[in-house]
Write a protein that binds this ligand. Structure first.
Ligand SMILES: Cc1ncc(C[n+]2csc(CCOP(=O)(O)OP(=O)(O)O)c2C)c(N)n1
Ligand SMILES: [Mg+2]
Length: 479
């Protein structure tokens, strides 16, 4: 440390001698008072152009150390005794206080939740939001209905034993569709698993959804994943990974790459309240803030991580307050208000791209369905709670009321659309079910350029086992 300090002093003296600086530079910026006010030297262009690499390093490092935190209020002048002393600390000046005061573990008031439409689908007076055209609003609504219908039919298909697994987005249709509507197709999406609506919005067809769930030869994952693990290069939608929160740092890396390539796009990642308990969430937020990466973090706080309530996940005021802790601009939004979500994501995208910064959005919502087809949520939560969210706070009904009040939708259009989408879905699953499965050999491809010997051995063994126990394996899987 002493050696470092001496080396720095020598370099500062070198600087002084090169540019003929008068006076002294205090080598210790750690403590000072306003009366003996110390300003750490801010580099001037002249200093930076000295061409001395050691000197450049000092100057750049010192200016960076002091610029990176933007506290709301910078200390200027204070009157009382010890209160007039400040510590010049990386990030800005920190005031001293003789009072031993711990920061409270919770704010006086919970962070407010931005909304535009009330439960009855009426615009709240004074709300500020981004206008949507009739065409956009109707697409938002019909995509929400398609998502709802897809969930009902695929869920039934799983109950009938036709697919092995399914997971619905019921109650979270607005987050799915309204976030997607505010993004551009060039934005890279890193989903958790409860956001298939983003892919639907981007044009992934019902047949493509069905092909993945049935794991047939047209599934882009070649049948190697469980149902609902969608992914599409064409739609800039990264393949779902069940391992909670792994997608969050991936999104930050992608955002940083978009920034380096000077693309007019951002990365967007979705995760649940449960995802925020993973280390990946914290590392990603910090990394994004420091690297100034254009990424939008969308947390679907739906109250539950399977059977774990949020009270067992965290004691902070949800996810939103963690943004500020990491230096990330944040907002809390009503996750069941499509218009508020659309507006917040629209604004977040603008800021992320033009100001090169991460944004955190916490959408308050509720997982109305069971966690998945492997779960029965009535075992751990009251039915009344589910019913209340389903009936009083349904995001699809709320948005429908609003577009109806605008004269953009009617009861007739509703029944026509619902019946047509149902027919299309039934057709899609019938086709997907009949299609051949991908060959067994595909299990072993796409990881290695040349498969290693142990993998070749496993493939051989698998094929021999299938041959010996033909009755135990599906007949429609080619080798
Ligand atoms: C690393 C990891 N731990 C545990 C699991 C098991 N698991 C699957 S989903 C889930 C709950 C996640 O909850 P949340 O992030 O709130 O998303 P939600 O299901 O509510 O949409 C858990 C714990 C997993 N898949 N990965
Ligand atoms: Mg959850």
């Amino acid at each position: 440390m002493a050696l470092c300090m001496r080396k720095s002093l020598n370099l500062i003296n070198l600087l002084k001698s090169k540019i003929g600086l008068l006076g002294t530079i205090n080598p210790s910026p750690w403590a000072s008072t306003l009366s003996h006010h110390h300003e750490f030297p801010v580099p001037s262009p002249t200093i930076q152009n000295l061409g001395n690499s050691d000197a450049d390093w000092i100057v750049k490092a010192s200016s960076r150390r002091f610029k990176w935190t933007k506290a709301e209020k910078q200390l200027s002048s204070r009157n009382d005794d010890d209160d007039n002393k400040v510590l010049d600390f990386p990030g800005g000046k920190v005031g001293f206080t003789p009072e031993m005061r711990f920061i409270s573990e919770s704010p006086e008031e919970r962070t407010r939740c931005y909304r535009v439409l009330d439960e009855e689908g009426q615009l709240i007076i004074g709300s500020n939001f981004v206008q949507v055209s009739k065409e956009l609003a109707v697409k938002m609504y019909t995509d929400m209905v398609t998502l709802q219908t897809m969930d009902t039919i695929f869920y039934e298909a799983q109950r009938q034993g036709r697919i092995s697994f399914y997971l619905t987005t019921i109650g979270e249709e607005a987050i799915n569709i309204a976030t997607a509507a505010a993004l551009s197709i060039d934005d890279h999406v890193f989903p958790q698993y409860r956001e298939p609506g983003v892919l639907l919005w981007r044009g992934f067809t019902l047949q493509e959804f069905a092909n993945q769930c049935f794991g047939n030869k047209f599934d882009y994952g070649k049948g190697r994943q469980m149902p609902i693990h969608y992914g599409s290069n064409k739609h800039n939608y990264f393949t779902v990974s069940s391992t909670i929160a792994t997608q969050i740092p991936h999104a930050v890396g992608a955002a940083y790459s978009l920034k380096m390539d000077r693309k007019e796009a951002c990365a967007v990642t979705y995760f649940g309240d449960g995802g925020t308990s993973e280390g990946d969430f914290h590392a990603a937020l910090n990394f994004a803030a420091v690297m100034e990466a254009p990424v939008i973090f969308i947390c679907r706080n739906n109250g539950w991580a399977i059977s774990t309530p949020t009270s067992d996940q965290f004691r902070s005021d949800g996810a939103v307050v963690r943004g500020q802790a990491y230096g990330v601009r944040s907002i809390r939004v009503d996750g069941n208000d499509a218009l508020a979500i659309y507006s917040a994501v629209h604004a977040a995208r603008e800021m992320a791209i033009s100001e090169l910064r991460p944004i955190l959005i916490e959408a308050l919502t509720y997982r109305v369905g069971h966690h998945s087809t492997s779960d029965d949520s009535t075992k751990y939560r009251p039915i009344d709670e589910i019913e209340w969210w389903k009936l009083a706070r349904d995001p699809v009904t709320r948005f429908r009321k609003w577009i109806e009040s605008k004269g953009w939708w009617s009861g007739e259009a509703e029944s026509e659309f619902r019946s047509s989408v149902r027919t299309q879905l039934l057709h899609a699953i019938q086709v997907a079910e009949k299609l051949e499965k991908p060959p067994v050999a595909d299990i072993f491809t796409d990881v290695y350029d040349v498969p290693p010997s142990n993998l070749q051995e496993q493939e051989k063994l698998l094929k021999e086992t299938i041959k010996r126990h033909l009755q135990d394996y599906p007949s429609d899987v080619p080798s």
